[in-house]
Design a protein around this ligand. Structure first.
Ligand code: HEC
Length: 132
């Protein structure tokens, strides 16, 4: 019939269209550089509320009651899934994991948590790798 080639070329066109756009396959994956700008905001907030505020330092000295330790844990957990605009994502994830793990230990009052936290909360080392 006369419709047939029309239909099939329409179908062909449609399938080409569906297959074509390469933009659709860029996943919002954990690569930095193209970092979600909201990551910077989250990181800056956590810095202010957890670091500059002195909370992390107090917990790392064993001076903070469990409420404060829990607050610190919640702050550090907000870093999970963020991407810094500078440095390698894998290194960042490792540092965030160490912060969260140490804060978890603090909440659980695990022996040696203060020391582990002091090591994880190394302002200079992390800034050198991830902040300019
Ligand atoms: C795990 C890594 C890491 C650690 C540990 C860390 N920082 Fe940061 N900090 C960052 C990154 C990344 C930025 C840049 C955030 C941004 O894009 O604004 C930053 C930014 C900051 C800022 C600027 C925030 C703003 O308002 O823009 C301050 C202040 C700060 N850090 C203080 C500290 C202090 C104090 C410590 C130690 C007690 C510390 N940080 C430990 C990663 C870290």
């Amino acid at each position: 019939m006369i419709h047939y080639p029309l239909v099939s070329s329409l179908l062909l066109g449609l399938s080409l269209l569906l297959a074509a756009p390469p933009s659709a396959k860029a996943p919002a994956g954990p690569s930095n550089a193209a970092a979600d700008p909201s990551s910077d905001e989250v990181i800056a907030e956590v810095m202010q509320e957890g670091m500059t505020s002195g909370l992390a330092k107090r917990v790392a000295k064993g001076e903070e009651p469990v409420e404060g330790r829990r607050e610190l844990l919640e702050l550090f957990q907000r870093l999970e899934g963020t991407s810094p605009s500078i440095g390698h994502q894998a290194d960042w994830d490792k540092r965030v994991k160490a912060l969260v793990a140490a804060a978890e230990d603090a909440v659980d009052d695990k022996e040696g948590y203060a020391k582990r936290l002091r090591k994880a909360v190394n302002c200079g080392a992390c800034h050198k790798a991830h902040r300019e």
